[in-house]
Ligand binder design. Structure first.
Ligand SMILES: [Zn+2]
Ligand SMILES: [Zn+2]
Length: 828
C-alpha cells in the first residue's frame, strides 16, 4: 500500500484479518502465564453488540499483555447445545446439528472481521463428538463418587404436547407452544450433589477478586441461614415440625401452612381431596412473588407450643416439600405474605414486635411490620430486643425439648436432566434385571441419533429406536438407553479446561497443562451469569480436584462483568427494534473505529450508550493518526513534495507555514518528550485497571498536541518518535491501522513502549510558596500541574500551615510554574 493513499480501512482490514486469525500477533510471549477468558457464546447465528463489547475488551487486553511479554492463553469456543436449535428444527426441519454448525461458521467470520486474535487451534464446540465423550466421562466419574444420582422431582408438563417444558417455556402458567395449562408432574431425574459443596462454595467466595455484587448474589443463592425447627403438636395427635429463622415471632404464629405434598396432608385430606389435587397444579415451582397465594383449610388444628392456642392449618401452594420441612409457621403481623394470606382467609393477626415507643395492635394493622423492634405479648421475653430474642428463645425452646437449632441452605442439588434431544446424552442404560447401569468408558461417546424426528411432541430420543434399543453392559439382556440429555450448564462448567488441551484424545485435558495455566487469571462476561454458570463451574472444579485431576479449587481468579450496550437509553433488543447490527457497523466504519468507540465511550463495567456520532468521532481520530503516521514516514526529508502534501492534506497546516524546516525550540522539545512519556505511563496504568476510556483519551491528547506542533514546526525528525510511540499505544485498541502503520514506519509492535522516567522527572518544577510576600517553602510539582493543585498542596504543607493557621486567606497570586503567594488577613 502506498503511504500517500487516504486511510482506507477496508483495504487494511482485508490484509490483516488473516494474519490475526492465524494467531500471528507480534509477540507470543514466553514469560509468565496469563489465562484470559471470555464467556463463550451460544451460536444463535449472529453476534450482537454485547458480544462485540465483551470481545473487544478481551482482545485489547490480550494484545497489551503480549506486548508486556506474557505467555497468554486466549481461546474461543461455542456453547453449542440448547433449546433454540431444537426449536429451529421443529419450525424449519433443519437438523439441530446442521443449524448449529452453520451458525458457528458465520459467527467465526464476524469475530475474525473484528480483529479478534483468538488462538483458533484451541477451538471448542460443546456439541462435537470429542467434547461429548469427555462430558460423559465426567458424568460416569460423578456417578462413581455418588455426586450424580437419580430421584423423583417435579417438572413442568404440557399434557397436549406430551412434553416437559423448561421454566422459560412456561408463560403465565401456560405452554409457550399450544397455550395449554401447564401441570406439575413427578419424574425420576438426574441430579448433581452440589449441596455437598455448599460450605466450601460459600467460604471460598471471599478469596475471589470478583465484583462485590456478584459475590453477594452467589452468597444469596447458596443462602446459608441459621434457624430452628420447632414442633407444633396436632390436636388430633402427632406433630408437625416447622423451620423458621424468626423464633422471635413465635408468639404471633396464628396459623400454619403445609406443602400439598406433606405426608400429614396426604393422611387427613380425604374430605378435601379434589381441592388438594387442584392446589398441586397451582404450586409455584420456584419462589414466585407474582403468583397468587392459595390455601385449602384442613380439617385439623395445631397447637402453638408457647401460647397453647389452637391455630388453623392450611395446605398452601407457596410451601414446597423440597425446602425445609415442607411446613411453616405463619406470623401475619410480621411477614408480608402471611399478612396478605391472613386477610384473604380471615385469620387473626397478633402483633408481637413493635417499633420503639409504639405498641402495635394486630387487628388494626394495615401491613406487616417486618423490622427489628421490641417484643410484646411474648411471655417472659416481652420487652426484649427482637435480635437478642432470636437467640434466647431458641435456647429456651431447646431446653424445653420443643425445638432444635439447624443450619439451612437455599442451594438445592443441581437438576441436570433435560427431556430433550439437542444436548449431551446421559451415558446410562436401563436393564430390567440390573437397573440403571453406567455405559462402560470404552463405549463412549454415546452420540445422538440421526433418525430423530422433530414434531414438537415429546422428546425425539424416546421415538428413535436406533438410539433407544441396546444391550445391558452387565448381563447382555435387551435394554433401553436413558433419553434425558444434560443441562447445557454442564458443558459450560469445564470448557475452559478443554481449551488448554483441545485435541487430547486420551484425556479431557492434561493435568500438567491445567496445573500450569489454571486458574483463569481474568474472566470477562455478563453479570447475568452471576449465579448459575459461575457457581456450577466452581462446583465442577472442586469435584474434579477431589477426583485428583489437579489441586486448585477455584477456576476464575479475577472477574470483570461488562455493562450492557444501550441505544436510546434501553438495552438493545430485537423486540424493541433498537439494535445496531455488527455487520453493518463493520461495513460502514470498520473494526478499528467500532472497537475504539466501544472502549472509549464508557469504562467496561458500566453501561454504554451507542452513538453513531461517537463512532464517527473515533473514525476521524484514526484518519488523523493515519496522516501523521504517513507523514512521519518521511522524517528528515519532510521538505520533499510528497511529504509536504502529506503535511498539508493530513495536518491542516497553512501554506504559509509550509516549506520551512524550522527547528523546535529546546523548551517545546522537552515538553514533547515529557508529554509522550507521561502518556505512556498513564496508558499502562489504565490498562492495569481496565480504564480503557481514559487510556484512549490520553492517546488522543498526545496526537492532538503532536499535530499542533507539527503544524508550527514541520520537522519530522523531532515528531517521528512520538508518532511511533502513539502507534504502539493505539495497537491493542485498533490493531488493523496500527499494524499497517507499523509496517510503513518500520517499527515493531512486539513490546509496550518504555516510559522515560527521565523525561517525566526532568520536567518537574520547583515552585516557591510565599505567605504575604515572604518565602516559606519550595515545593516540587510536575510541569503541567494545575493552579488549584499547587494551592491545595501548599495549604496542606506543614511548613506553610503554621503561617496560615487561624488566619483568613484573602487571595492568592500564582505565576505558572514559578511562584505562589498566599495573602492572608489578620488572625481571627
Ligand atoms: Zn403444549
Ligand atoms: Zn442387565
Amino acid at each position: 500500500m502506498s503511504e500517500f493513499e487516504e486511510y482506507d480501512f477496508r483495504k487494511i482490514e482485508k490484509k490483516w484479518t488473516d494474519v490475526f486469525a492465524g494467531g500471528k500477533t507480534p509477540n507470543k510471549g514466553k514469560g509468565e502465564k496469563f489465562y484470559l477468558l471470555e464467556m463463550f457464546p451460544y451460536p444463535s447465528g449472529a453476534l450482537h453488540m454485547g458480544h462485540m463489547r465483551n470481545y473487544s475488551i478481551g482482545d485489547t487486553y490480550k494484545r497489551f499483555l503480549e506486548m508486556k511479554g506474557y505467555d497468554v492463553i486466549y481461546p474461543m469456543g461455542y456453547d453449542s447445545f440448547g433449546l433454540p436449535a431444537e426449536n429451529a428444527a421443529i419450525k424449519s426441519g433443519v437438523p439441530p446439528g446442521k443449524w448449529t454448525l452453520a451458525n458457528i461458521d458465520s459467527m467465526i467470520q464476524q469475530q475474525k472481521r473484528m480483529g479478534l486474535s483468538y488462538q483458533w487451534d484451541r477451538l471448542v464446540k460443546t456439541c462435537s463428538d470429542d467434547y461429548i465423550k469427555w462430558t460423559q466421562w465426567f458424568f460416569l466419574k460423578f456417578m462413581e463418587k455418588g455426586i450424580a444420582y437419580r430421584k423423583e422431582s417435579a417438572i413442568n408438563w404440557c399434557p397436549d404436547c406430551g412434553t416437559v417444558l423448561a421454566n422459560e417455556q412456561v408463560i403465565s402458567g401456560k405452554c409457550w407452544r399450544c397455550e395449554s395449562d401447564v401441570e406439575s408432574k413427578k419424574l425420576k431425574q438426574w441430579f448433581f450433589r452440589i449441596t455437598d459443596y455448599a460450605d466450601e462454595l460459600l467460604s471460598d467466595i471471599d478469596g475471589l477478586e470478583w465484583p462485590e455484587k456478584v459475590k453477594a448474589q452467589q452468597k444469596n443463592w447458596i443462602g446459608k441461614s441459621r434457624g430452628v425447627e420447632i414442633d407444633f403438636p396436632l390436636e388430633s395427635g402427632g406433630k408437625v415440625t416447622v423451620f423458621t429463622t424468626r423464633p422471635d415471632t413465635l408468639w404471633g404464629a396464628t396459623f400454619m401452612a403445609l406443602s400439598p405434598d406433606h405426608p400429614v396432608v396426604e393422611k387427613i385430606s380425604f374430605a378435601v381431596k379434589d381441592e388438594i389435587e387442584n392446589l398441586k397444579k397451582q404450586k409455584t415451582l420456584q419462589s414466585d412473588d407474582e403468583k397468587e397465594k392459595i390455601g385449602v383449610l384442613l380439617p385439623v388444628k395445631a397447637v402453638n407450643p408457647v401460647t397453647g392456642k389452637k391455630i388453623p392449618v392450611f395446605a398452601a401452594n407457596f410451601v414446597l416439600m423440597e425446602y425445609g420441612t415442607g411446613a411453616i409457621m405463619c406470623v401475619p403481623a410480621h411477614d408480608k405474605r402471611d399478612f396478605a394470606f391472613a386477610k384473604k382467609y380471615g385469620i387473626p393477626v397478633q402483633a408481637v414486635i413493635s417499633p420503639p415507643d409504639i405498641v402495635l395492635d394486630g387487628e388494626s394493622m394495615t401491613e406487616a411490620y417486618t423490622e427489628r423492634g421490641m417484643l410484646q405479648n411474648s411471655g417472659n421475653f416481652s420487652g426484649m430486643d427482637s435480635e437478642e430474642a432470636k437467640e434466647k428463645i431458641s435456647a429456651y425452646l431447646e431446653a424445653e425439648g420443643k425445638a432444635k437449632g439447624v443450619v439451612r441452605w437455599h442451594l438445592r442439588d443441581w437438576l441436570v436432566s433435560r427431556q430433550r434431544y439437542w444436548g449431551c446424552p446421559i451415558p446410562v442404560i436401563y436393564c430390567e434385571k440390573c437397573g440403571a447401569v453406567p455405559v462402560p468408558e470404552s463405549e463412549l461417546p454415546v452420540l445422538l441419533p440421526d433418525d430423530a424426528e422433530f414434531t414438537g411432541k415429546g422428546n425425539p430420543l424416546e421415538k428413535s429406536l436406533s438410539f433407544l434399543k441396546t444391550k445391558c453392559p452387565k448381563c447382555g439382556s435387551p435394554a433401553r438407553r436413558e433419553t434425558d440429555t444434560l443441562d447445557t450448564f454442564v458443558d459450560s462448567s469445564w470448557y475452559f479446561l478443554r481449551y488448554l488441551d483441545s485435541k487430547n484424545a486420551k484425556k479431557p485435558f492434561d493435568g500438567e497443562l491445567a496445573r500450569k495455566y489454571m486458574p483463569v487469571d481474568q474472566y470477562i462476561g455478563g453479570i447475568e451469569h452471576a449465579t448459575m454458570h459461575l457457581i456450577y463451574a466452581r462446583f465442577f472444579t472442586k469435584v474434579l480436584r477431589d477426583l485428583g485431576l489437579f489441586d486448585f479449587s477455584e477456576p476464575f481468579k479475577r472477574l470483570l462483568c461488562q455493562g450492557m450496550v444501550l441505544k436510546d437509553g434501553s438495552k438493545m433488543s430485537k423486540s424493541k427494534g433498537n439494535t445496531v447490527s455488527v455487520d453493518e457497523m463493520l461495513n460502514e466504519y470498520g473494526a478499528d473505529a467500532g472497537r475504539l468507540f466501544i472502549l472509549f465511550a464508557s469504562p467496561p463495567e458500566r453501561d454504554l450508550e451507542w452513538s453513531d456520532e461517537g463512532v464517527r468521532g473515533c473514525s476521524r481520530f484514526l484518519k488523523k493518526l493515519w496522516r501523521l503516521g504517513v507523514a512521519a514516514r518521511h522524517g528528515a526529508s519532510a521538505t520533499t513534495d510528497e511529504a509536504l502534501s502529506a503535511r498539508h492534506g493530513g495536518c491542516n497546516i497553512s501554506a504559509a507555514e509550509s516549506g520551512q524546516k524550522t527547528s523546535l525550540p529546546e523548551d517545546l522539545k522537552k515538553d514533547l518528550e515529557f508529554i509522550t512519556a507521561k502518556t505512556v505511563a498513564a496508558v499502562e496504568k489504565d490498562f492495569n485497571r481496565f480504564q480503557f476510556n481514559t487510556a484512549i483519551s490520553s492517546i488522543q491528547e498526545l496526537i492532538n498536541f503532536t499535530q499542533k506542533l507539527f503544524a508550527g514546526y514541520g520537522n519530522f525528525d523531532l515528531f517521528g518518535e512520538t508518532v511511533k510511540t502513539a502507534v504502539r499505544l493505539v495497537y491493542p485498541f485498533a490493531p488493523f491501522i496500527s499494524s499497517e502503520l507499523a509496517e510503513i514506519l518500520n517499527i515493531k509492535l512486539d513490546s509496550f513502549p518504555a516510559c522515560s522516567r527521565e523525561a517525566i522527572e526532568g520536567r518537574d518544577r520547583e515552585i516557591i510558596i510565599q505567605i504575604n510576600g515572604r518565602m516559606r517553602a519550595k515545593l516540587i510539582f510536575p510541569a503541567d500541574v494545575a493552579e488549584s493543585e499547587v494551592m491545595k498542596t501548599a495549604c496542606e504543607n506543614e511548613k506553610v500551615v503554621k503561617f496560615i493557621e487561624g488566619s483568613e486567606i484573602k487571595k492568592h497570586i500564582y505565576i505558572k510554574g514559578k511562584l505562589l503567594n498566599i495573602v492572608t488577613g489578620g488572625k481571627k
